[in-house]
Design a protein around this ligand. Structure first.
Ligand code: TNX
Length: 523
């Protein structure tokens, strides 16, 4: 009895010692602000002497009592409280003395910073984060997170001190659209997984989540005027699992959650191909008014909507109207890729009609690069994934391009022949391959002015849970975030691989499953 107690006690002591030790090792900080391993790399960082120490008495001060800024202040407190064990107070400027505080100041009218930029000044007394908008403050808060020791990301109380080196950072993004896509059609992922995805991309200052909501294997969004879409079309997935869908209520909650992180959700209903789930649910969509069978394989290109049937456009009008109603953002993505079962002479006018439907609902059309074959309005956007010719054609039509080249930016490509998850039809995308490209020079004829931004899509044929999602996202995701944010002239792989190596501690503290690629210089 005594013996087991004693050995248990020793075990406990050892465990405690280990925990304290881990905390002590991790609570290191870069004494020189210019040495902080930030991702995305800021536009400019200057060091000063000294450091700021966060204490239980530190106050988060806001410059105005706008609901948005209050929310961002609370978000910051929620990031800092668990690991520090503090319960940071939030006050408005003027109500208390302005020292020992993190000041969040909006409406500074600095045109260089734009909508998302921020200026961060750290001294022994204060941290001052200033921006034109609450959105800029939110992006800057992600920098503050990364400046604290990695243990700040722990959900349980850790040993400080919570120091940040003094200095200043001026920062703003290269591109206005910086996103990632999650395919919830091939395998369904529930709302909590999507929220986790949102949190992960927000930490690297991305601002778009593109959700691929319908494909051959599943229809994942409730459309009240066509309930069969989800009653039938959502009930399976690749491999024959039970699938699932978002009710409009759940979806609206996701939109709100994303908006709280200044992330816009771009919903995609792929058409006229990739539509078997709809064809299986609504018989009139088929040439003979007979529903197809649900599909659980991974082939592409076998399904098509009927481009000559009036019914098709009535149906799509309803879908696009309801989807637009759930979308505060400007874009509705209509897919348009791999429509191998639609004749080209039918495909072209089909996309034009769909473009009219999207515009009639007050939204702008986004489509994969094939949509550039149609007469696009210059408000439409083409997403380059496969054919540079299509993207260039889009540019001649005055449309902007989102860069998602499969061979560089597809998160569902395997890292290398030894890794298991993912596909490799576009090649292997190791961490360096994913990082070492420049959207501005990748396709001759497509320049920075033509590019709206960068997106890394994650297709889900081979993955069915959040751990697998994370293993394909990390450590590649931060690289795409940096390509979208940091000027190309400031990006060097040899330097980045060291900064990325420092993120490992954060991945661990955040409970992220990541692939420990040999390309990265892990710390
Ligand atoms: C091509 S990318 C597709 C998707 C697949 C993906 C797999 C694109 C527009 N179409 O349907 O899921 O490859 O990597």
């Amino acid at each position: 009895m005594m013996k087991t107690f004693k050995s248990r006690f020793t075990l406990l002591l050892n465990a405690l010692f280990l925990m304290l030790n881990v905390a002590a090792v991790n609570a290191t900080f870069a004494a020189d602000l210019t040495k902080a391993a930030l991702i995305p790399k800021p536009v400019s960082v200057k060091a000063a002497v000294g450091f700021f120490t966060l204490q239980g008495s530190t106050v988060i001060l806001i410059s105005e009592e706008s609901p948005e800024l209050i929310r961002v202040a609370q978000y910051l407190a929620d990031r800092l409280n668990p690991a520090t064990g503090f319960n940071l107070a939030i006050h408005t400027v003027g109500t208390i003395p302005a020292s020992n505080c993190i000041l969040l100041e909006t409406k500074i009218s600095n045109s260089q910073l734009g909508q998302e930029g921020y200026e961060l000044t750290i001294s022994a007394d204060n941290i001052k984060l200033a921006a034109n908008t609450a959105e800029g403050i939110f992006r800057g808060v992600q920098t503050i997170r990364q400046l604290f020791p990695a243990t700040i990301e722990c959900k349980t109380v850790q040993k400080g001190p919570w120091k940040i080196a003094a200095g200043s950072i001026l920062d703003y993004p290269s591109y206005t659209y910086r996103g990632s896509m999650l395919d919830v059609a091939r395998h369904f992922f529930g709302a909590n997984d999507v929220k986790r995805y949102i949190d992960l991309i927000a930490a690297y200052k991305m601002n778009v989540l593109h959700l691929h909501l319908a494909d051959d294997q599943g229809w994942r969004i409730e459309i009240k005027s066509w309930p069969a879409l989800t009653e039938i079309g959502s009930t399976t997935q690749v491999g024959g699992g039970k699938g699932g869908f978002y009710t409009q209520e759940v979806y609206n909650d996701l939109v709100q959650y994303a908006a709280g992180r200044f992330i816009t959700i771009v919903p995609e209903i792929d058409m006229p191909g990739h539509t078997n789930a709809a064809l299986a649910s609504v018989p009139e969509l088929n040439p003979d008014n007979q529903s197809t069978k649900l599909y659980t394989g991974t082939n592409v290109g076998f399904s098509t909507l009927q481009t000559h049937k009036e019914f098709t456009y009535k149906f799509l009008g309803d879908v696009i109207r309801e989807l637009s109603g759930m979308t505060p953002g400007p874009y509705i993505h209509v897919g348009g890729d791999e429509s191998h079962s639609t004749k080209k002479e039918d495909y072209i006018p089909f996309i034009e009609k769909v473009q009219d439907l999207v515009l009639a609902n007050g939204k702008l059309m986004l489509g994969w690069d094939e949509t550039a074959l149609s007469a696009l309005k210059n408000s439409s956007v083409a997403q380059y994934w496969a054919k540079a010719e299509n993207a260039k054609l889009g540019v001649t039509k005055g449309v902007k391009i989102i860069m998602s080249p499969a061979a560089k930016a597809y998160l569902d490509m395997k890292y290398n022949p030894k890794t298991h998850l993912g596909l490799h039809w576009a090649g292997y995308v190791e961490v360096d391959t994913g990082y070492k490209w420049n959207p501005e020079t990748l396709v001759p004829g497509i320049t920075k002015e033509n590019i709206l931004g960068v997106e890394c899509p994650l297709w889900s044929e081979t993955i069915s849970n959040i751990d697998q999602i994370e293993t394909l996202l990390f450590p590649r995701l931060p690289g795409y975030a940096e390509i979208g944010w940091t000027p190309a002239s400031d990006r060097k792989w040899e330097e980045y691989r060291i900064r990325l190596g420092h993120q490992a501690e954060r991945f661990k503290m955040m409970g992220i499953h990541y692939y420990p690629s040999a390309k990265v210089s892990w710390k």
